[in-house]
Design a binder for this molecule. Structure first.
Ligand SMILES: Nc1ncnc2c1ncn2[C@@H]1O[C@H](COP(=O)(O)OP(=O)(O)OP(=O)(O)O)[C@@H](O)[C@H]1O
Length: 818
């Protein structure tokens, strides 16, 4: 081991408690540049600060101790009080920035105290699978079940070495869906540091939001000048200071960055005064070419996290939102009126979908705003139970707040023509950018939709101006909806409005199918450009459009669209939508369409959204029938329709209990119905799939069940699947290679396996050999070469296989290994 590596390990050891062992290969292959040791690196300080992480230390005492330690550090690294002053100045400035939160309803900087409302979040080390392929609201439904195998980690500990297997943690990547609390975590971490409470071994915490960095993406900067721009209090620091201090750079919201990180091909930079573009500086920092001892924390929504190569990351964490008790804690902290918080908590507990949604803090915030308003005024209406209900109320509360704040002659509940116009322009912005997948808008984007920037800032609860403070440095403001789901809601409001106004041009453009219509139910009914005439026709075509989306980016939009067709929801919106189309016969037609929809061509995950649309329309019949079906225990007796199967798949997937066996043949339903049940494979131990034909999207769901964290699937029986092509075996084999896969039994009897398939299986078995106990390959016409490939695996010392059955059609005997 080279000397410099040892030095790095010593440093790593020194910042955490003494029980840490250095023996690990976790950071193997990480391109850390250990060769450059910062001059006068404060090793001594770090050793002395080892007890900082001691959570048993009372807060006051901890603060006093850490203040002494920080002072000690700063004296040792700076050659005078001047730099100490710089640090103190930076701490004060950061504290000012972070101590208040802006939650959309306040002017920047004038909001609530962070420490008053901050509620501990559930953060885990590692991350759940397939987070990047599904719409975020669907992900949250899936992640709402807490996994037993998850390792929780506290926000303030993310750079600490917590187990014997870990070594120095330099780069941390924190994933999390929109609104889950990543920025709040960054803010809390920074505030605790600035107040001298946590992580005092770090000399400077330097948050840099990617939104802000976007604004200089076309400029050239050195790392030093970048810091001067974003942290003006650091004007006095020099290049040498950066190399001796322990710095933490926080890049918040990688998903919002509009620059691309080229890790493979970029200019090498190791000097903090060398000028380049922001993306190149970032890549060099992450790779450790620039300031190799600096800590880096990157936060991102899951879809963008892949930009950072795994080899550069020492720890991945995932913000999972609030656990059930944290949800309650949130509402208790938020309201000083104990009775009100109790009533809100019990309402949320009584509504399953609201309760699930509140896993994400931003939904807690929306729910808190709506329920507080409804419960504290004299109101007779029903409390919201569906998402459309909730979001309609949210919009109404925002309108009311605006009226109270800025005055106006009419009653706060009433919408003026100007209000309507403004909301619809916002809706247009939301819709046009939702289609393109955009969540951030510049003034030009607003102007294109006829929005006056000053109007938008008045609606601060709906569309937040994010760049207030920085406007001194930058001329450009950036806007976004406070949460993607609000953008989706307003987009649906806009689209529904266009429908009621018969604005066929935009509607037809939106509904245009990407391919000729292939559905049996639709054949001959429409041509691509036919305008939607009736409400049921319009909603049906919007649904198909959403089913066609690969990542489900229109799922929530289409759910809202269905919800908005109900008069009860339109009424909440106070005249924003025309109510003339919602006759009960039309509504019944829409419901029937949803129940009879043929969606066999799409992923079964997408089909579940049809059931959600039904729920948004407050049709509980399918849900109730499935609950009765489950209670009856007679699963093979009752005939199930396709929509029943989607509802069942959803309930089984979300169930707290893991199903022992999912055998598709046991259900009395059509072939499509069986395929719609497949998402339930994610929550069962044994999956039996005989007969049914599955397309790639179905196999992908099975593979995702094998790789999810944790994976419950222990036994997979695919016997008699003659159409198990090489490509599908390859998909399954790749899933078997995944470290999360725990499959113990795999039955592939009579599957017509080719040599290529045997090869894929053999490589999977070799790369992840420790789980599989039983492999049944009987009644396949395996060639000798295929058998040889598989037998190679039997010699692997890690092979745990106990039974390998390989009868051939000719009747050779199988072999049992123990
Ligand atoms: N720990 C928390 N305690 C209390 N409220 C929270 C917490 N975390 C988040 N929130 C609420 O959720 C909102 C969204 O949080 P935040 O901006 O941190 O999410 P995010 O993960 O950064 O989202 P995005 O990816 O959309 O930027 C906050 O404005 C706040 O209302």
């Amino acid at each position: 081991m080279s000397e410099c590596v040892m030095e790095e390990e010593e440093r790593a050891e020194s910042v955490v408690s003494s029980c840490v062992s250095l023996k690990t290969d976790r950071s193997k292959g990480h391109p850390l540049n250990f060769g450059i040791r910062p001059q006068g690196s404060p090793l001594n300080y770090q050793k002395r600060s080892a007890s900082i992480g001691d959570s048993s230390c009372p807060k006051g005492e901890k603060k006093r101790r850490t203040e002494l330690q920080t002072a000690d550090l700063n004296n040792s690294v700076s050659q005078g009080g001047e730099l100490q002053e710089v640090i103190e100045g930076h701490k004060m400035s950061l504290k000012r920035r972070c101590e208040h939160v802006t939650e959309g309803t306040h002017e920047a900087g004038s909001g609530t105290l962070l420490n008053k409302i901050y509620t501990e979040l559930y953060i885990t080390e590692g991350q759940s699978e397939e987070v990047d392929t599904q719409h975020e609201v669907r992900q949250l439904e899936r992640t709402s079940k807490k996994n037993i195998q998850d390792t929780p980690i506290k926000c303030q500990d993310i750079f600490k070495v917590l187990s014997e297997q870990q070594r120095h943690i330099r780069v941390v990547l924190t994933n999390g869906v929109a609104g889950v609390g990543k920025t709040f975590s960054v803010q809390k971490f920074s505030l605790d540091w600035a107040e001298g409470l946590e992580n005092q071994d770090i000399s400077l915490v330097l948050p840099l939001s990617c939104r802000e960095l976007n604004l200089i993406r076309d400029e050239q900067h050195s790392l030093l000048s970048l810091l001067h721009v974003f942290h003006p209090t650091l004007q006095k620091i020099r290049a040498e200071d950066l190399t001796v201090w322990k710095l933490l750079f926080i890049f918040d919201g990688l998903d919002e960055s509009r620059f691309s990180l080229g890790f493979n091909k970029h200019q090498l930079i190791s000097d903090v005064t060398q000028v380049s573009s922001v993306d190149v500086l970032l890549v060099n920092l992450i790779q450790g070419n620039l300031l190799p001892s600096a800590l880096i924390w990157i936060t991102s929504r899951p879809a963008a996290a892949h930009q950072i190569p795994p080899s550069c990351v020492d720890r991945i964490t995932e913000v999972r939102g609030f656990t059930d008790s944290q949800k309650e804690e949130y509402f208790r902290r938020r309201f000083s009126d104990e009775d009100l918080s109790k009533r809100i908590i019990s309402h949320i507990k009584a509504s399953r979908s609201l309760h699930i949604m509140c896993l994400i803090p931003v939904f807690c915030w929306i729910t808190a705003i709506v329920l507080e308003d409804m419960m504290t005024r004299d109101q007779r209406g029903e409390l919201p139970k569906t998402l459309t209900d909730l979001y309609s109320h949210f919009l109404r509360v925002q309108i009311k707040r605006k009226k109270q704040k800025y005055g106006g002659k009419q009653r706060p509940e009433e919408l003026t023509e100007a209000d309507k116009e403004l909301l619809l322009k916002l809706g247009r912005l939301a819709f046009e950018h939702l289609e393109k997948g955009n969540i951030m808008f510049y003034s030009e984007d607003l102007e294109r939709c006829g929005l006056d920037v000053s109007e938008v800032s008045v609606y601060s609860g709906v569309c937040t101006e994010i760049f207030k403070r920085e406007s001194v440095i930058f001329q450009k403001s950036v806007y976004c909806f406070v949460h993607l789901s609000i953008q989706e809601f307003l987009a649906a409001v806009y689209m529904f409005h266009l429908y009621t106004r018969k604005d066929t041009a935009v509607i037809s453009q939106f509904l245009k199918y990407s391919e000729p219509i292939r559905f049996s139910g639709f054949a001959g009914l429409y041509t691509n450009n036919d305008p939607a005439t009736s409400l049921d026709d319009f909603l049906r075509r919007a649904l198909i459009k959403s089913l066609e989306s690969e990542n489900g980016h229109l799922d929530l939009f289409v759910r809202f669209l269905h919800g908005l067709s109900l008069e009860s929801n339109q009424r909440i919106l106070g005249g924003l939508l025309d109510q003339r189309n919602s006759h009960s016969e039309t509504i019944q037609k829409v419901l029937n369409n949803l129940k009879e929809e043929n969606s066999d061509e799409f992923s079964p995950d997408r089909s579940i959204n049809i059931f959600h649309c039904l729920m948004e329309m407050k049709d509980q019949s399918v849900h109730q029938e499935i609950q009765e079906f489950l209670k009856s225990g007679k699963i093979s007796k009752r005939e199930l329709s396709e929509i029943h199967c989607s509802a069942l798949a959803y309930l089984l997937q979300m169930s707290e209990e893991v199903l022992d066996e999912l055998n598709l043949q046991q259900y009395k339903t059509s072939e499509e119905g069986r395929r719609r049940l497949i998402p339930a494979v994610r929550n069962c131990r044994k999956f039996v799939l005989a007969g049914s034909f599955l397309s790639t999207s179905h196999w992908e769901v099975v593979a995702s069940a094998m790789t999810s964290n944790p994976s419950h699937l222990l036994e997979l029986d695919l016997s008699k699947k003659q159409n198990l092509t090489d490509a599908k075996v390859k998909l399954l084999s790749s899933a078997m290679m995944h470290p999360n896969c725990r499959l113990e039994t795999l039955r592939l009897r009579d599957c017509n396996l080719s040599e290529i398939s045997c090869d894929s299986l053999a490589s999977a078995l070799r790369s992840n050999p420790s789980h599989l106990r039983e492999l049944d390959l009987s009644w396949n016409q395996l060639k000798d070469s295929g058998v040889k490939l598989l037998c190679g695996f039997l010699q692997d010392p890690n092979c745990r296989l106990e039974t390998l059955s390989s009868f051939r059609r000719g009747g050779h005997t199988g072999t049992t290994y123990s």
